[in-house]
Design a protein around this ligand. Structure first.
Ligand SMILES: Cc1ncc(COP(=O)(O)O)c(C=O)c1O
Length: 400
C-alpha cells in the first residue's frame, strides 16, 4: 500500500483501460464488474476469428490459448490446470459439484445462515426429494458462521457435505472458509465453497481453503464477461471417482455402448459446448488480475468499501448492515423511511450504478437484520475516491 494507505495501483491508467468509467460511476461490481480493454479485445478478436474461419476451426486453431485459460485460472486460485473445469456460471459449477455427491436419505449437509439463495434452494430440493437433512450453523455475535458451532456440527453430525459461501451476495461478510476447510480435511468430509463473490476481489487459494470444490463466475470482481464461470475440483474428489450426475460427452471416455469411464481430471465436470470467445475473455481477466497483484486489488477495493461505509454512516437514518470481523468490497445499507428500490433508481438517474438486494436473496440474513431490502454498493480497485464522495453527496441529497 502507498502512503495514503489505500493503493499501490496506478488508478489513472487502470481507469483509462476501463471504458465504462467514462460513462457512469460503477459501484455494482458484485453484479458485474466493468471489463478492461484487454478482456474486451480477447472476446472480440475470437468472435471475429470464428466469423472468418468457422467456430470449430477457430477453437482448434486456438488450442494452446484455450489451454492457457486453465493455467491462468489455476494460478489465480492455487490449483493445477487439470483441476479446473469451465462452466457457464457459478450456479452451473455449484450444480455440477453438488450433483456428484451421492446423497441418500438421512445424509446431512452442514451449511450456514449466509449461503447464496440458489444454493439454499438446492439443499431444500435435496431435502424434499431425497430426505437429506440440512443443518445451518448459527452465527457468531459479530457476524459470520460461529466456528465452534461449525466444529460441533461437523463432529456430531458427520455430514456428507459441508457447503459455505465465502462472501455472500448481500453483505460485506467474509466467511472463515479456511477454518472450516481444516475441520473437513481432518475428518475426510467433502467441502464445497461458493467463491462467486470472492474470486477477483481477494486472494482465494484452494490449498489454504482446503476445499474439494470451489465454484466461481467470470463477470463479477474478476471483470470477465457474462455467461462463463469455472469450478475447481480437488484430487481427492477426483480420486474418489466423483463425477456429475449427468456427465456429457466431454465428461466421459467411452469404452463401449454399455460402459464409460469418467474423463481424466476436472474435465469430467464440463459440458461439450463452450462460448470460446467468453472462455478466452475469462482467461484474460484472470491474467489481468494476477498481473496487477491480487493483494493490491484487495487492499484498494476493501479500503474503498470501508470509505463507503464510513461516509454513508454519517447520513442520518442510514444503517450500514455489513457484519463480520473482516469486511470486503460489498457494502450494504438501508435508510429508514426510504424504499431501497427507489434509492437504487434515484442513484441510477444520477449516473451511479448500485444494485438492490431483496429479502429473497438472503431470507435468513435479512430477517436476522430486520430489513427486507438493501442498497448494495460494491466498488472495485478502479473506482476513485471522488466517486465515493459523489455517491455520499448524492445519497445525502436524495434522503434529505
Ligand atoms: C454468492 C453468490 N453465489 C452464486 C451466485 C450465482 O452466480 P451465477 O449467476 O454466476 O450463477 C451469485 C450471484 O450473484 C452470488 O452472489
Amino acid at each position: 500500500m502507498s502512503e495514503d494507505g489505500i493503493s499501490s495501483l496506478d488508478i489513472e491508467s487502470l481507469r483509462a483501460d476501463t471504458p465504462g468509467t467514462l460513462h457512469n460511476i460503477h459501484l455494482n461490481n458484485a453484479g458485474a464488474g466493468l471489463m478492461p480493454i484487454p478482456v474486451l479485445l480477447a472476446i472480440k478478436e475470437h468472435l471475429d476469428f470464428e466469423s472468418q474461419v468457422g467456430g470449430y476451426e477457430a477453437s482448434d486453431k486456438r488450442e494452446s490459448e484455450i489451454r492457457a485459460v486453465y493455467e491462468a485460472l489455476g494460478s489465480l486460485i492455487g490449483s493445477d490446470p487439470e483441476n479446473v473445469a469451465i462452466t457457464e456460471n457459478a450456479t452451473a459449477s455449484f450444480i455440477q459439484a453438488l450433483s456428484s455427491v451421492s446423497f441418500k436419505a438421512g445424509d446431512v449437509i452442514v451449511t450456514t445462515r449466509n449461503d447464496y439463495a440458489s444454493n439454499q434452494i438446492m439443499y431444500l430440493s435435496l431435502q424434499s426429494r431425497m430426505g437429506v437433512e440440512l443443518v445451518r450453523v448459527p452465527e457468531d455475535p459479530l457476524g459470520g458462521l460461529d466456528v465452534m458451532a461449525m466444529e460441533e456440527a461437523i463432529h456430531r453430525r458427520r455430514p456428507k457435505l459441508v457447503a459455505v459461501t465465502h462472501v455472500p451476495t448481500n453483505s460485506g461478510l467474509v466467511q472463515r472458509v479456511a477454518d472450516v476447510g481444516a475441520m473437513c480435511s481432518q475428518r475426510d468430509i467433502l467441502y464445497l465453497v461458493d467463491a462467486c463473490q470472492s474470486v477477483g476481489q481477494m486472494p482465494v487459494d484452494v490449498r489454504d481453503i482446503g476445499c474439494d470444490f470451489l465454484s466461481a463466475t467470470a463477470r463479477k470482481f474478476l471483470r470477465g464477461p457474462r455467461g462463463v464461470g469455472f469450478l475447481y475440483v480437488s484430487d481427492r474428489a477426483l480420486d474418489l471417482g466423483l463425477e456429475p450426475l449427468f456427465p456429457d460427452m466431454r465428461a466421459a471416455d467411452w469404452i463401449d455402448a454399455d460402459l464409460y469411464q469418467p474423463a481424466h481430471g476436472a474435465q469430467r465436470f464440463e459440458n461439450w459446448e463452450f462460448p470460446y470467445a467468453l472462455v478466452l475473455g475469462m482467461g484474460r481477466a484472470a491474467e489481468y488480475a494476477i498481473d496487477l497483484g491480487i493483494e493490491a486489488i484487495r487492499d484498494r477495493a476493501w479500503a474503498l468499501a470501508a470509505m463507503v461505509r464510513d461516509r454513508l454512516s454519517e447520513i442520518d437514518k442510514l444503517q450500514v448492515l455489513d457484519r463480520g470481523i473482516e469486511q470486503c468490497a460489498i457494502a450494504t445499507v438501508s435508510v429508514d423511511g426510504h424504499n431501497s428500490s427507489d434509492l437504487v433508481a434515484s442513484l441510477a438517474e444520477a449516473g451511479i450504478n448500485t444494485s438492490l438486494s431483496t429479502r429473497e436473496y438472503a431470507v435468513l440474513d435479512f430477517d436476522d437484520k430486520g430489513v427486507d431490502s438493501a442498497v448494495r454498493i460494491s466498488p472495485h480497485y478502479y473506482n476513485s475516491e471522488e466517486e465515493i464522495e459523489q455517491l455520499a453527496e448524492t445519497l445525502y441529497k436524495i434522503v434529505n
